[in-house]
Design a protein around this ligand. Structure first.
Ligand SMILES: Nc1nc2c(ncn2[C@@H]2O[C@H](COP(=O)(O)OP(=O)(O)OP(=O)(O)O)[C@@H](O)[C@H]2O)c(=O)[nH]1
Ligand SMILES: [Mg+2]
Length: 257
């Protein structure tokens, strides 16, 4: 797997959360391996280390199945960024984020960054069906031009290249509204935190649509956390047990609101 190593010490932790079948594992495969592969439903969780410039970012892919729910808060402990993933064709997958997954983030860092991500956009949007240039070799680039020349302007009617588009069940506005509720749950001021327009994405793990943009936006936003952590480690090379106990100790919902 390119740029992925299991030996280096991670600087920060990013966690993918969301219901089963929304495409968390596929998003990670697409980003790390540049492919859309067959997946099996994740058991427990899986860990990848991504080298981002001189920094190492651990990315945790978690299981969405209810039976693994208890593990979620453990995976979120000390997280610097959490991707809350839903499926744009499945309204319930957005509801589950709020009802089942949001409370798991209580163990994340107090300054954790949240992204709300609607995956499988290729099923509902024509633009998300076009292959992403960054993922294409020369041969596939010419295939892309064929697709583009066969479709010089996007058709007005919802007819897709690969078949009939599905009805979008979750709109961008629904995701933005959820992002606002997440900020309120976290007792964060909307004016002083990252804006919803920047933190709500629609992606397709299948075509690669917006996948690099999602991960790389988050990595850039994580830079201050990484630098702070590296500074702290240089200043105090000894282990602070109190800090260890509370590093994931985000204030609980009840205590902050
Ligand atoms: N059309 C389309 N299908 C997708 C996309 N992403 C994932 N899938 C399909 O959705 C199914 C579930 O994908 P996974 O990546 O295994 O989902 P998951 O969220 O990791 O599921 P759990 O591990 O059970 O929590 C698979 O059949 C994927 O091929 C996408 O962007 N577009
Ligand atoms: Mg999975």
């Amino acid at each position: 797997m390119p740029e992925v190593s299991k030996l280096k010490k991670p600087d920060v932790k990013l966690v993918l959360l969301g219901d089963m079948n929304v495409g968390k594992t596929s998003l990670l495969h697409r980003y790390t391996e540049r492919k859309f592969k067959d997946t099996v439903s994740t058991v427990g969780g899986a860990f990848f280390l991504k080298q981002w410039g001189p920094y190492n970012i651990s990315i945790w892919d978690t299981a969405g199945r209810e039976q693994f729910h208890g593990l979620g808060s453990m995976y979120c402990r000390g997280a610097a960024a959490i991707i809350l993933t839903y499926d744009v064709t499945n309204w319930q997958s957005l509801v589950e984020l709020e009802e089942r997954f949001l409370s798991l983030t209580d163990t994340a860092n107090h300054d954790c960054i949240y992204a709300v991500v609607g995956n499988k956009a290729d099923l509902t949007d024509l633009t998300a069906q076009l292959p992403q240039t960054s993922d294409l070799g020369d041969q596939t680039k010419s295939e892309e031009s064929q697709v583009l020349s066969a479709c010089p302007t996007p058709p007005a009617s919802p007819v897709s290249i690969s078949g009939v588009l599905l009805r979008k069940q979750v709109t961008h506005d629904d995701a933005v509204a959820l992002y606002g509720r997440i900020l309120r749950y976290k007792c964060l001021d909307e004016k002083s935190t990252l804006p919803a327009e920047k933190m709500c994405f629609e992606t397709s793990a299948k075509t690669g649509y917006n996948v690099d943009s999602l991960f790389e936006t988050l990595f850039d936003l994580l830079l201050p956390s990484i630098l702070r952590k590296r500074n702290e480690n240089q200043e105090s090379p000894t282990v602070d047990l109190e800090d260890c106990r509370t590093s994931g100790g985000k204030r609980g919902k009840a205590s902050c609101c």
